[in-house]
Ligand binder design. Structure first.
Ligand SMILES: *Cc1c(COP(=O)(O)O)cnc(C)c1O
Length: 403
């Protein structure tokens, strides 16, 4: 399978990854184009602001946004985005975040979209005001939000509306963007895992989002520690000023002109809230190369390959009478076929949980999706598997169920 020499030396088990692009499983395998670009990028010094300015143009072309930026992940993009919405062009606020005493810092967000990654917004100093009282057809559990609930929560204290681009909530992004803009605040969209389809690179900007973040370390297959920010020039500039190393002498600092227009900024800010989320030249090069290759890829062909792979796996696992494998293009992924395997726990020799745990304890570790263990189901996402690894995964599942 893959070349494991260095991991062998360290005594670290590799993973056969049927769980999709999970950060805890190291995200993705970089494309060759990205590896090559990182190697070349590692061999010369550059001014990082010049390199970010060049990346901005590539991201703007890919997304249709005014400008772009490479962050150290989509989550860092959310933190930088929140910092930009709070501080705007004010170097005094940039220098004191996350302290927001006496200044507007609220970000309005549907309650049903609250998630672990929104810690990044709070880390920049934002206070999240979540709205959406009820479900769609019943009074319990917040799964819905109404336009008037978002509008009603926006006040003088609001700096942005935040939106998670997943189908939890049915309202479309254009409606949310319109509400935000009617109240003169920007819309931040977390689209970290919404690629592919490649058309989603433009979809949220087209719908009116002022800032969209994507992971560079998921389907784009750039470096794991990269994210793409795409949005309005003024937000990208503020984010850049709060992220770049600003230990500069004001008299000699001449930033790239088209990227950072300093005329409206009263002086040079200090090291900002984004400074601990540093991005290296190698990562920026890798991300840019990966994004260009992702755009050029034949996505229909990739989808056909994935479909063939899950169908093959379904027929292999179907050999065991205790397993019922079904292919779907579920709500969670949309574009990527997922194999959901229901374990007949009366028939099978192991419970679903015991099976999933045993697979993970092997060497190499074998990971399958485990979000629905309570339904006696595991799942397989084909994105990070080769054909050979797919057969290996099937062999291990069948072998474990045999005794
Ligand atoms: C993966 C993910 C993130 C974090 O992305 P990173 O690039 O790993 O920082 C944020 N939000 C959502 C919805 C995600 O799926």
């Amino acid at each position: 399978m893959t070349d494991t020499t260095f991991y062998d030396e360290l005594g670290v088990s590799t993973v056969i990854n049927g769980a999709g692009t999970r950060t805890r499983l190291s995200g993705t395998l970089m494309r060759e184009e990205a590896i090559e670009a990182m190697q070349q990028g590692a061999r010369a010094f550059v001014r990082l602001s010049d390199l970010q300015a060049a990346a901005s143009e590539v991201i703007a072309d890919a997304t249709g946004a005014e400008a772009g930026y490479v962050s150290s992940g989509a989550d860092a993009g959310l933190a930088l985005g929140a910092a930009a919405c709070i501080a705007g062009k004010d170097p005094e606020i940039m220098s004191r975040l996350p302290n927001t005493d006496g200044i507007p810092d609220e970000i309005v967000m549907p309650r049903a979209q609250r998630n672990g990654y929104d810690h990044a917004l709070r880390a920049a100093g934002a206070t999240i005001v979540d709205v959406g009282e009820t479900g769609y057809n019943h009074a319990c559990a917040s799964s819905n939000v109404e336009p008037w609930e978002i509008a009603g929560a926006i006040s003088q204290e609001t700096v942005a509306v935040a939106w998670l681009a997943k189908p939890h909530v049915k309202m479309d992004v254009t409606t949310v963007a319109n509400i935000a803009h009617e109240h003169d605040v920007p819309l931040i969209v977390d689209a970290a895992a919404q690629l592919p389809p490649v058309t989603n690179l433009q979809r949220f900007v087209d719908a009116g989002a002022d800032l969209v973040v994507y992971s560079g370390g998921k389907a784009v297959r750039g470096p794991q520690t990269t994210g793409i920010m795409a949005g309005k020039e003024e937000l990208i500039q503020s984010a850049a000023l709060q992220h770049l190393d600003m230990h500069v002498a004001a008299e000699t600092w001449v930033p790239p002109e088209d990227f950072l227009q300093m005329s409206e900024i009263q002086g040079v800010p200090r090291q900002g809230i984004g400074r601990p989320m540093k991005v290296g030249k190698e990562e920026i090069c890798g991300l840019v190369a990966a994004l260009e290759a992702f755009e050029a890829e034949d996505h229909d062909r990739r989808q056909q390959e994935w479909t063939a792979r899950v169908k093959h796996l379904a027929s292999r696992l179907g050999e065991d009478p205790g397993l019922d494998p079904q292919v779907s293009y579920g709500e969670k992924s949309g574009f990527v076929p997922i194999l959901t395997v229901t374990v007949d726990e009366d028939e099978a020799t192991l419970s679903t949980t015991a099976l999933v745990r045993s697979l993970r304890e092997e060497n190499p570790r074998v990971y399958v999706g485990a979000d629905d263990l309570h339904r006696a189901q595991f799942s397989v996402n084909p994105m990070n598997l080769t054909d050979e690894e797919t057969d290996y995964l099937a062999d291990r599942v069948l072998a474990l169920l045999e005794h």
